[in-house]
Design a protein around this ligand. Structure first.
Ligand code: GLC
Length: 561
């Protein structure tokens, strides 16, 4: 058992607020236009005043950035543009000093094509043991000129790339992200080493990238996978677009994953408190328990809020089902409204010409009224999520109410998934634009130089500096909400309140009540003292697109009055 020096609650994560930092776009200390760890260090006060319980860092590893850092050259180092291992230690120490835990992204499905093992495999040639650590196959056709099968990558195009020596290798994402062969003991062993490396450095847990992808069935004849290209983000599995029975998909959500994550669990449990893990799991809800099982990763992302149109019925259903599933699995659920892969929820909830299921990945420019309504719904949804039992994952910039940036010039686009569909640009860059910290300045306080993705003019007005000066800003609301959540947090149950078809209301065990009005007309609130709203009440009623938190009215003790 490794003593981590700090004895703390092993269940700290169950109802934690986890704030996601996308390091290249958070804060740039050395003025090269790219965010870095010293930048994070300089902004720890922001995370402290926001009141988050943990920070999740998206990849900061050495990378050629073919996929925003999810193409890892070395799992046990820091990219020089982002800093050094010493900088990492300093960030961990500063966050820990404020009681904030640190979660890092681990990317086990694929490395980058610059990884030393992949380079070795290339050099060693076809048939060599070095090639066994990845997935190399001969092609079909007279001279092997056709890929081994018709599998498609999630980012579009074939999932196989041919090398000059004639062999093909598998990559579920870009050709720069070759998939590891998880049947190879070296691969499994090396990841355990990586987990220990970071555990020993003081991290509190991991977010496991595409946790449902690692195990694969490569026996011939290959299973035909009628992939709907780029079907991430989409739940995958039985009933999903691929229509495979549970566990029978050749590439996703396979039974062998249980063994992999059980071995990770042994590493997690060798720390005190055990390391935490949350899987990025795009699977059907009923399959989530496989990952969130306490004998496996322990928690799995529940992305079900993301598909919801702005409708009370859907939100009620998702809440009911997610809580029940988590309870059965002996874990807590997660609430996610935004992350680095999706259109920011302020924009998603705005009236838009796009169909609801397109809004997750595509955004079009919208006018001021739609922006205002989208933001209002977004903060109402955030309050709803924060009042629920379970962990809440926040994505950097949502505390500023940031909208998606929709006017990134084609020449500046970095996302390998970016494409034009019916004239609408689909890119994840719009939620990855560097944060505005100050009202003016070369990159609105992000750094001294122009930011690596262009920031729009309107960023100054929504910067941390501008919003800190106002009591009614989105930032002020997030700070109050997180503080109040801490004060009011209690057992993981809820009781539904019947407040009408368009209203989602519930009470937590200590009397904390949350009410969200999805309808078009104002609604009456149940009895209680209103502690927080995202917009002002009108004549005592909760307006459309608004949330309120209430607590029981303090009763006067009859004997002393
Ligand atoms: C996950 C990440 C995404 C990345 C992909 C491949 O879905 O969240 O950003 O592109 O995995 O690693």
């Amino acid at each position: 058992m490794t003593d981590r020096g700090v004895r703390s609650d092993p269940s700290w994560w169950r109802q934690a607020v986890v704030y996601q930092v996308y390091p290249r776009s958070f804060a740039d200390a050395n003025g090269d236009g790219v965010g870095d760890l010293p930048g994070v260090l300089s902004r720890v006060d922001h995370l402290v005043s926001l009141g988050v319980d943990a920070v999740w860092f998206s990849p900061f590893y050495p990378s050629a950035l073919s996929d925003g850092g999810y193409d890892v050259d070395d799992y046990r180092d820091v990219d020089p543009t982002i800093g050094t291992l010493d900088d990492f230690d300093a960030v961990v120490a500063a966050l820990h000093a404020h009681g904030i835990r640190v979660i890092i992204d681990i990317v086990p499905n694929h490395s980058s094509d610059r990884h030393v093992r992949f380079q070795e495999a290339l050099a060693a040639g076809p048939g060599s043991p070095a090639r066994d650590r990845y997935i190399f196959r001969d092609g079909q056709g007279v001279a092997g000129e056709l890929p081994p099968n018709d599998w498609r990558s999630f980012f579009g195009g074939p999932a196989w790339t041919r090398l000059p020596d004639g062999q093909w290798y598998l990559h579920l994402f870009t050709p720069h992200q070759p998939d590891w062969n998880w049947d190879h003991p070296d691969v499994a062993e090396d990841f355990l080493r990586t987990l220990r490396f970071w555990g020993d450095r003081g991290v509190d847990g991991f977010r496991v990238d595409v946790a449902m992808c690692l195990a694969k069935d490569l026996r011939e004849p290959y299973a035909a996978w009628e992939v709907v290209s780029a079907n991430l983000p989409r739940p995958i599995g039985a009933g999903g677009p691929s229509r495979f029975p549970d566990g029978a998909h050749p590439l996703l959500d396979r039974a062998e994953l249980d063994t992999i994550y059980a071995s990770w669990r042994q590493v997690f449990d060798s720390y005190d408190p055990p390391l935490f893990a949350v899987g990025e799991t795009w699977v059907e809800p009923h399959r989530l328990a496989r990952y969130s099982d306490p004998r496996g990763l322990g928690q799995a992302f529940n992305f079900d809020f993301l598909w919801n149109p702005w409708e009370a019925t859907r939100f009620r259903e998702v809440i009911r089902d997610s809580l029940a599933l988590a309870q059965t699995a002996g874990t807590s659920t997660t609430w996610v409204l935004s992350n680095h892969d999706l259109v920011r929820h302020a924009t998603r909830y705005a009236p838009s010409p796009l169909a609801p299921d397109q809004r997750l990945t595509a955004a079009v420019p919208i006018g001021p009224e739609a922006r205002e309504q989208g933001l209002r719904r977004a903060t109402a949804a955030t309050m709803l999520a924060l009042a629920l039992p379970g962990s809440a994952y926040l994505y950097q910039g949502e505390e500023l109410g940031l909208h998606e940036v929709t006017d990134i010039p084609a020449a500046s686009v970095q996302d390998p998934q970016a494409r034009l569909v019916d004239g609408v640009l689909i890119t994840r860059d719009g939620c990855r634009v560097p944060l505005p910290w100050t009202t003016s300045g070369p990159s609105f306080g992000f750094g001294d130089a122009e930011a690596h993705l262009p920031q729009p003019e309107w960023f100054g007005a929504v910067s941390v500096q501008t919003q800190t000066a106002s009591d009614t800003s989105t930032l002020a609301l997030y700070r109050r909400a997180l503080q109040l959540r801490h004060e009011l947090q209690c057992g993981e149950e809820l009781t539904w309140l019947d407040l009408g078809a368009d209203v989602v209301g519930f009470r937590r065990p200590n009397g904390w009540v949350s009410v969200t009005n999805f309808g078009a007309s104002p609604t009456a609130l149940p009895p209680g003292e209103v502690r927080l709203t995202n917009v002002d009440l009108v004549d005592g009623l909760l307006p459309a697109d608004a949330s309120a938190w209430l607590v029981p009215v303090a009763t006067t003790d009859a004997r002393t009055s």
